[in-house]
Ligand binder design. Structure first.
Ligand code: FAD
Length: 402
């Protein structure tokens, strides 16, 4: 039986996005036999382009250092900038003003390039990529997981000691096991795409993500991927998207709620405009005997604070580390607890964003102490565990009371 640090494990990973690629790199460089099954040939389009500073130590650890980012000309991100649509209210949170010890910068990334960089890195560390290969199902009934997959023109099977589902929003294992749960869905949907250069927002600096909030409507993002290529998107009530016509009509017609963005776009809209109709969902139980789900395959919350890639790669890094230390039968309870904590903390922050005026007062009216200001920045950077974070303590109180 495989167990313990000395054993080489056969690991099957479904999906080569950030979660799959990070888990693969962590395990492959420690000598495990890792196979990644990816259905799409990279580079491929993906949304989710603004990283958080706490991503840096994870990426650094697997070999994607600041030097690598710089060598690939990614745009540094030093702050998150918020504005209240239709008013003059703005708030800029520079990561350098956060709590001591937090990383102070990260990068904006065009995901087609970035995901390929991560996947190539996993292969360079020793993982094998099977691509294009679509996993159909995983037989979990036997002693060992058996992965059934399809490549163009053939079918294949692979027995592994442990299977990691990193299939993103396809949520392959959760669908197979019937554990996808939309009970806490915030009923939001998104329309988005890329445009050429946008003007710098007054008060913002080059590289900032700009988030505009419109009460009772939703929010919009502007992310500079390069100086002449920006990601723009609207997150709206799902009903507004579903009944609003095609994605381009929804985008164009809802710009009326975001007048500053409309002025910056000056009549342009992305081509194409893409849409995602269901943003958030939960998975009941993210692991079981010889399997675990990471990243979007293990649940997804609203992307307002750009937490997706961080939470995906952090869960993947921790899972790889736990499996390497404990073997295929490792106790994944502590891993699940840490992952649950990450998701619950950001979910509470997101609820505050949508509920009432609490966040508006904290963000836009300056109604906050220096300690709360630093704490907000620390969480915006992705640190969910700093015991000195007074804003986090406030959030925890709200989670406990909910
Ligand atoms: C509107 C919107 C805006 C967002 N903005 C941000 C942001 O600014 N910052 C941020 O950090 N996050 C953002 N996110 C979230 C981010 O996109 C995800 O959290 C992140 O991509 C998760 O990575 P992942 O590896 O889990 O999944 P993915 O990146 O989706 O990768 C999954 C991979 O699995 C492959 N796959 C799926 N099924 C199979 C199968 N059966 N067989 C083989 N391969 C399979 C897919 O082809 C894909 O390559 C946003 C999300 C949305 C919806």
């Amino acid at each position: 039986m495989l167990a313990g640090k000395e054993q080489i494990m056969r690991i099957g990973i479904i999906g080569g996005g950030p979660a799959g690629a990070v888990a693969a790199a962590v395990l492959a460089r420690r000598g495990h036999q890792v196979k990644i099954f990816e259905q799409e040939v990279f580079p491929r389009f993906h949304i989710g382009e603004s990283l958080l500073p706490c991503n840096m130590p994870i990426l650094d650890d697997i070999g994607i250092s600041h030097e690598v980012f710089r060598a690939h000309s990614y745009l540094p991100k030093h702050a998150a900038f918020f504005e209240q649509a239709g008013s003059a209210k703005i708030a800029r949170f520079p990561f350098a003003d956060g709590l001591p010890g937090d990383p102070t910068s990260i990068y904006q990334v065009e995901r087609s390039r970035f995901d390929k960089l991560l996947l190539d890195n996993a292969v360079a560390q020793g993982a094998e990529l099977v691509c294009p290969a679509t996993v159909r199902e995983v037989d979990l009934k036997g002693d060992l997981p058996l992965i059934h997959y399809k490549t163009p023109g053939s079918e294949g099977q692979e027995t592994v000691d442990f299977v990691i589902d990193a299939s993103g929003r396809d949520t392959l294992l959760a669908r197979q096991l019937g554990t996808l749960d939309r009970a806490n869905d915030l009923h939001r949907a998104a329309v988005f795409g890329h445009v050429d250069a946008l003007p710098l927002v007054p008060g913002a600096e080059r590289g900032d993500i700009v988030i505009s909030k419109k009460a009772d409507v939703g929010w919009s993002w502007q992310i500079p991927l390069e100086d002449a290529r920006w990601s723009v998107g609207l997150v709206l009530k799902r009903s507004a998207v579903v009944s609003g016509g095609g994605p381009a009509d929804v985008f164009r017609n809802n710009l009326v709620h975001f007048p500053e963005l409309a002025v910056r776009l000056a009549g342009r809209i992305p081509a194409p405009v893409r849409s995602i109709p269901n943003i958030s969902y939960r998975i009941r139980g993210r692991h079981g005997r010889r399997y675990a789900m990471v990243g979007d395959a293990g649940g997804f919350i609203d992307p307002i604070f750009s937490s997706g890639v961080l939470l995906a790669t952090r869960a993947a890094w921790r899972l790889g580390t736990a499996l390497d230390a404990g073997g295929a039968d490792a106790d994944l309870g502590p891993w699940a607890k840490a992952t649950d904590h990450d998701l619950a903390t950001f979910f509470a922050f997101i609820r505050l964003w949508y509920d009432g005026h609490f966040i508006d007062n904290l963000f836009f009216s300056g109604f906050r102490t220096p300690a709360i200001y630093q704490g907000i920045i620390s969480l915006l950077a992705g640190n969910t565990t700093n015991p000195d974070n007074q804003f986090l303590q406030m959030l925890k109180g709200r989670i406990a009371a909910a």
